[in-house]
Design a protein around this ligand. Structure first.
Ligand code: IPM
Ligand code: MG
Length: 356
C-alpha cells in the first residue's frame, strides 16, 4: 500500500527521534511490501527561524493533504522571547485545530521489563498499570480567548455540548473495546464547563449499557493515579486536565520517553507524536529515547492505515529489544543489572533489525 506521511521533525531532540521512527517505518515498508513516502513539514521554532511564524498555512496544507502526520517535538528556550501568538507551541495548536483532531489518546502502561523504573512502590505497580487517557484536544481553555490588559490576564474556557459529546463517545467506544470501565474526570464542584461535561457523559451512558461510567474530580484523580492506578481502564477528560494528568500518568510507568499518542478527528488522517517535549538540554547528544515516537508510528499504522500486523511487528520489536536489556539513559535502572545503556541511534537500529 502506498501512504504519504507528513513529517515534522521540529526542535530539540525532535529531529533525532523522528529519524529513528522513519527508519523503523522504512523497515516495516520493506518487510510488508508497502511504499511509505515522507514529505517534510516545518513547524515550531524551526518554522519561526525559516518563515517568521510557527506554522505557515502552506505547511499546514501539506499536512492536510497527507494520509497522516508524524511529529517529533517543538519548542525550546531559544524562542522564549517571541510574542505569545508566535510561540512554537502555537504551531502545534494550529496543526491540531487545522486537522480537526479532537481526540487525543494517551496510553499509560507499565512494561514488565521497566517495572523498576517506576517511582511507585512494587506493592502498587504489582497490581498492573494499563489505562488510556482520552483527552479532548481542540477545545477548552487552550482555544478560548487569551488576553492581557494592564496588570490583568484572562484565559477563557468554553465547551459546547456537541464538543463534549463527540469526545465522550470516543471515551465510551474505547472502554467498550477494553475492560469496559470509563472514568470521566472534571471539576464539577467548581466549574460550569465541568457540570455540563458531567451532564453530557451521564446522558451518553444510556447508549453504552456495557460500559460502567464513573465520575471523579480532577484533584482526586491526580491523587488516585499515584495511589492505585490499577483502578483505571479509560479516563476521559477535557483538554488541560488531560494535559496535566497524562504527564503524571506517564511518569508512574517509568519514563515519559516511552509514551506514544494518537490524535484523531472524523477522518482517517491522524497526528501521531510522543507525549514528551523537545528536551533541549539533551538535544544533539544522541541520548534521547526514540521509543515514544516509534510507538507513535505503530499507532499510525494501526489507527490511520488499518495495518494491525505491521503495528504489532513494531511493538513486538520494542518489547524484544527491552527484554534483551538495551536501555536509553532515561530508562536505565540504578543498579544497571542485566542492562546496557545505548544512545538514540543505536536504540532505533536495534528495533529496526528486530523487525527485519
Ligand atoms: C502536550 C504538550 C502541548 C500541550 C504543548 C507543547 C502545547 O504539553 O502535547 O501535552 O499542552 O498540549
Ligand atoms: Mg503536555
Amino acid at each position: 500500500m502506498q501512504k504519504n506521511i507528513a513529517v515534522i521533525r521540529g526542535d530539540g531532540i525532535g529531529p533525532e527521534i523522528v529519524a529513528e521512527a522513519i527508519g523503523v517505518l522504512d523497515a516495516v515498508a520493506e518487510k510488508f511490501g508497502h511504499d511509505f513516502r515522507f514529505a517534510e513539514v516545518s513547524m515550531g521554532g524551526d518554522a519561526i527561524d525559516k518563515f517568521g511564524e510557527p506554522l505557515p498555512d502552506a505547511e499546514l496544507q501539506k499536512c492536510k493533504e497527507s494520509d497522516s502526520v508524524l511529529l517529533g517535538a517543538v519548542g525550546g528556550p531559544k524562542w522564549d522571547g517571541v510574542e505569545a501568538h508566535l510561540r512554537p507551541e502555537k504551531g502545534l495548536l494550529k496543526l491540531r485545530q487545522g486537522l480537526g483532531v479532537y481526540s487525543n489518546n494517551r496510553p499509560a502502561k507499565i512494561w514488565p521489563q521497566l517495572k523498576d523504573a517506576s517511582p511507585l512502590k512494587p506493592s502498587i505497580t504489582e497490581k498492573g498499570i494499563d489505562y488510556i487517557i482520552v483527552r479532548e484536544l481542540i477545545g477548552g481553555i487552550y482555544f478560548g480567548k487569551h488576553e492581557t490588559v494592564g496588570d490583568t490576564a484572562v484565559d477563557e474556557m468554553r465547551y459546547s455540548e456537541d464538543e463534549i459529546e463527540r469526545i465522550g463517545r470516543i471515551g465510551f467506544e474505547t472502554a467498550r473495546k477494553r475492560r469496559g470501565m470509563l472514568c470521566s474526570v472534571e471539576k464539577s464542584n467548581v466549574l460550569d464547563t465541568s457540570r455540563l461535561w458531567k451532564k453530557v457523559m451521564c446522558r451518553l451512558s444510556a447508549e453504552y449499557p456495557d460500559v460502567t461510567l464513573s465520575h471523579m474530580l480532577v484533584d482526586n484523580c491526580a491523587m488516585q493515579i499515584v495511589k492505585d492506578p490499577s483502578q483505571f481502564d479509560v479516563i476521559v477528560t477535557e483538554n488541560m486536565f488531560g494535559d496535566i494528568l497524562s504527564d503524571e500518568a506517564s511518569q508512574i510507568t517509568g519514563s515519559i520517553g516511552m509514551i506514544p499518542s494518537s490524535s484523531l478527528g472524523d477522518s482517517p488522517c491522524g497526528l501521531y507524536e510522543p507525549i514528551h517535549g523537545s528536551a533541549p538540554d539533551i538535544a544533539g547528544l544522541d541520548m534521547a529515547n526514540p521509543i515514544g515516537t516509534i510507538l507513535s508510528a505503530a499507532m499510525m499504522l494501526r489507527y490511520s492505515f488499518d495495518m494491525e500486523k505491521e503495528a504489532e511487528a513494531i511493538e513486538k520489536a520494542v518489547d524484544a529489544v527491552l527484554s534483551e536489556g538495551w536501555r536509553t539513559a532515561d530508562i536505565m535502572p540504578e543498579d544497571k543489572t542485566g542492562c546496557t545503556q545505548i544512545g538514540c541511534r543505536e536504540m532505533g537500529k536495534r528495533i529496526r533489525e528486530m523487525i527485519k
